[in-house]
Design a protein around this ligand. Structure first.
Ligand code: BMA
Length: 859
């Protein structure tokens, strides 16, 4: 039985609204005593809520870990069944007497019938919506039974597909793997698309109560929602209004006060009617402390209290936290076409970031601590923007609270990706409510920069012209019109209207990527306008140098795959699987070109090792190189290009993918490269014909005086030549600092034997340094044994390794057993004659580090 501790809430959370009522509103989570079983059969087993059927089956020892080896394939029966969950919770006399009582399901995945004491409260059919049931008068003093029955999402999907009458394209839906032949049913159900498989994800179609269940009861009045609308914000003035929704049991005259830091900012008299009241109270803040993105300034936040007072004092109250800022997507005609970039408090900000997918295929496993690790990893890699990609979920509140705190702007797709969707009225109404629920839930977060309709749907369909992904050809002209009308209705009408009505002033972009919303631009990747997904590298098998040749105003996706590191592979594979062509390794690689593509690129730039572990390491080196080349190209192209979002930050299971941190949030080489290339000021040299062109790129708002040095040395560290010059680096842009002919740098030596070290120094500090090789690494005469030596050292509580080499060692990777150590630098070049001091975060003692440390380098 579920004994509930009743308590009143007087607290709130950042950006989100937890609400509080001095009238002792009761709010509690129904989290314990849950049981589950396959519907109408078998024994009831203990369950976890929030949770999923798969994780409950695993916890009860009924299935093996779906991530291990090929287990996923044997678990496809789960989504073909119906499942039921139940619990009993205790209600005391105090709650029974409250006039208002309701049950809130923050997430039901997906087709669910909800019963209280045997009576059906209603049905849910959208994983992304909040389901609220009025249960006044339906509770009993004492024990109450809550039961939720989930229908098979794939069976219901099939039914919906038949009802709609058109088989819509959904390329990433791995229906065959799900034993459903060509029946790609994902698009007919409002459920996370990636559950049905993706080119980095397993097919595990979950069911369950995936977000908390809450019981609320109150008397008199409740502040339901507060939206702090920011009409105009500058450093001088924030013109705001608190848009408050109050639910009142009776007609009443009240005073609504807005407070900050205990001070009343404004008070307004209101006459409330019975039921819902929408009140707008305007107020100003002079010289506000503005919210800034990571790198530009502080993440100042304001907590406002909204207090409703009657004759006898406070009746209801709610707190909300937000940040004051003006954040806009600016698209202005310019000499090249049309700009595409974000402006924060009047400052053009180059967006540095990544795309995120959900952190787990089983969503309730993602704890606040994991979210914090993820957002901190983004901030520590100097990112200021994350794009929540449209094939996943509208993330948890905590994700946005963290982005507010860490200064990460959020580009939020609505949950539609790489597919076409139905357009019948029922579907549209469902989507409308889903969009309202989520825009309202998230609109106080200062981090929200943009709402975007979908991921790649327009590109794939390419209305009005040939091309795209070849989808149109499967349909008659009439069917094509139906499919496109559905597209247009959702992304050019319904969603922008919701954003405009519920979060006015926030920008909306119909699809990513797109050249622009005009019919002539439809389905075109942006080059002189709009945003672009540049997949010439990887999908198009173009050389990494093409990052420099392609123009993009805002590169919202680009990426390169690698395997997870060995310690992660060991969790899903056995030594007998250690071959990229083994069934297990292939099953943890979902890209249609996957391993072959990695191999082909590796041959282009490096020598391909025979040894499996060295090969895994090499995939990291290669992904790192690709990421570095892309970011530098984008930043060099500033202000033509104003954004660079890597595909993809994270993983939802252990897999070879484009991620820069793996399922266990371990940093791959690429993540270190991102950190270094997204620094505020970088030196970004490139080869152009037979010259070395040195760029500096600065996000700093002030110009900087610096010294540029170009030092050419051989691999034993002997300096061949050296150039130095004083340079001025202008603010917030990219500049060419120097251009030098290769021949004059080489001084008669061959490119295979030397490297150039390009360094920017300012006020005695190294601002940035890059190594440039005159040939691809496969063609370098790298020393066979660079004579690496590692010492350990402790300073206070901090542990360090000190690394030296007799000759050059490239991309040196350090590792400790189990992969559980974090090195402040990794995969770096060790130049002879220098000592590299690297901080190691680990539980191991100095002696153990010294004994166990392993390293690899390019051979
Ligand atoms: C992008 C994404 C994803 C996909 C990735 C890698 O275009 O939008 O759909 O996983 O490419 O192929």
């Amino acid at each position: 039985m579920n004994k509930i501790l009743w308590f009143a809430f007087f607290c709130c959370s950042i950006g989100g609204i937890l609400g509080c009522s001095p009238e002792k509103e009761i709010r509690t989570e129904i989290a314990s005593g849950w049981q589950f079983r396959q519907k109408d059969s078998g024994e009831w087993l203990p369950a976890t809520v929030p949770g999923t059927v798969h994780t409950d089956l695993m916890a009860n020892g009924k299935i093996e870990d779906p991530f291990y080896r090929m287990n996923e394939l044997g678990l496809q029966w789960i989504d073909k069944k119906d499942w039921e969950y139940k619990t009993v919770f205790f209600v005391d006399g105090n709650l029974i007497e409250k006039k208002n009582q309701r049950l809130i399901f923050k997430g039901l995945d997906t087709y669910a019938d909800v019963y209280l004491n045997g009576e059906q409260l209603g049905s849910a059919d959208n994983m992304f919506r909040t389901w609220v049931f009025d249960i006044a008068g339906k509770l009993k003093a004492g024990n109450n039974e809550l039961r939720v029955v989930f229908a098979s999402p794939t069976r219901r999907g099939l039914e919906e597909m038949k009802r709609y009458g058109l088989r819509l394209p959904a390329d990433n839906d791995q229906s065959e793997r799900g034993e459903m032949g060509k029946d790609r049913v994902s698009v007919y159900t409002r459920k996370a698309p990636y559950h049905y498989g993706w080119d980095w994800g397993p097919r595990l179609v979950t069911s369950g109560i995936w977000r908390p269940v809450q019981l609320e009861a109150w008397d008199g009045m409740k502040v339901e929602d507060v939206y702090i609308k920011q009409a105009e914000v500058s450093g001088k003035l924030a013109a705001l209004s608190a848009n408050v929704r109050v639910k009142a049991d009776d007609v009443q005259n009240v005073e609504v006060e807005i407070l900050n830091d205990g001070k009343i900012l404004v008070a307004a008299k209101e006459k409330l009617k019975k039921g819902e009241n929408d009140i707008s109270v305007p107020f100003d803040i002079v010289n506000p402390r503005l919210w800034w993105s990571n790198g530009l300034g502080k993440q100042n936040l304001y907590t406002f209290t909204i207090r409703v007072k009657g004759d006898r004092g406070i009746i209801a109250e709610k707190e909300v936290t937000t940040g004051l800022r003006s954040l806009k997507l600016v698209r202005k005609k310019d000499q090249w076409g049309e700009s595409f970039g974000f402006e924060l408090n009047g400052i053009p900000v180059f967006a540095k970031g990544a795309n995120v997918i959900p952190n787990d295929i089983f969503l309730p496993r993602v704890t606040p601590e994991l979210y914090e690790k993820m957002i901190a990893d983004a901030a520590n890699a100097n990112m200021n923007m994350l794009r929540i990609w449209g094939g996943g979920i509208y993330e948890d509140d905590v994700f946005f609270e963290l982005c507010d705190r860490y200064g990460i702007m959020v580009w939020h797709d609505f949950m539609f990706a790489c597919a076409m969707y139905p357009g019948n009225e029922e579907f549209l109404n469902n989507v409308r409510q889903e969009a309202i629920d989520n825009v309202v839930r998230l609109r106080n977060h200062p981090c929200i920069a943009l709402w975007c309709g979908n991921n790649e749907n327009a590109l794939a369909w390419r209305h009005g012209s040939p091309g795209g992904w070849g989808w149109k050809q499967q349909f008659t002209k009439e069917q094509q019109d139906t499919v496109f009308k559905a597209y247009y209705d959702v992304f050019h009408d319904l969603l922008p209207r919701v954003v405009d009505e519920y979060m006015p002033g926030c920008d909306y972009w119909p699809s990513s990527p797109m050249a622009g919303p005009e019919p002539t631009q439809h389905g075109l990747d942006g080059t002189t306008s709009g945003d672009q997904h540049y997949w010439g590298v990887w999908h198009g098998f173009r050389p990494l140098e093409s990052y420099d040749e392609v123009t993009t105003r805002f590169c919202s996706e680009y990426g390169f795959q690698s395997f997870p590191e060995m310690s992660t592979i060991q969790k899903y594979a056995l030594p007998e699987d250690y071959d990229i062509d083994s069934d297990v390794m292939k099953s943890h690689q979902r890209s249609y070109i996957g391993n072959g593509r990695i191999l082909d690129y590796m041959k282009m730039y490096y020598r391909v090792p025979e040894d499996f572990e060295q090969f895994i390491y090499m995939t990291h080196v290669l992904q790192g190189l690709s990421t570095k080349m892309a970011i530098e190209a984008h930043r060099r192209n500033m202000p033509y290009c104003m954004g660079s979002l890597v595909w993809q930050l994270n993983d939802c299971w252990s897999v070879a993918s484009w991620s820069t941190t793996d399922y266990y949030h371990k940093w791959k080489t690429a993540h270190y490269m991102i950190r270094d290339c997204f620094k505020e000021v970088i030196v970004a040299p490139k080869w152009q014909n037979d010259s070395l062109l040195v760029y500096a790129v600065s996000d700093c708002l002030r110009p900087m005086n610096a010294e540029l040095s170009i030092e050419v040395m051989d691999f034993s560290g002997k300096i061949i030549c050296m150039e130095k010059s004083d340079v001025e680096i202008p603010a917030n842009t990219s500049t060419v600092l120097a251009g030098t002919k290769c021949s004059s740098l080489l001084c008669g030596l061959t490119g295979a034997d030397v490297l150039a070290v390009i360094r920017l120094t300012s006020e005695g500090q190294v601002v940035d340094e890059k190594n440039m090789y005159f040939e691809y690494h496969k063609d370098l005469n790298l020393p066979k044994d660079p004579g690496l030596s590692i010492r350990v050292q402790e300073e206070g509580k901090d542990k360090y390794i000190l690394v030296t080499a007799n000759e050059l060692a490239c991309n040196v990777m350090f590792a400790l057993p189990g992969g559980m150590a974090f090195f402040s630098d990794n995969y770096i070049d060790i130049l002879p004659g220098r000592t590299y001091k690297i901080k190691v975060k680990t539980e191991l003692s100095l002696a153990e580090i010294e004994r166990q440390i392993k390293y690899r380098y390019l051979r």
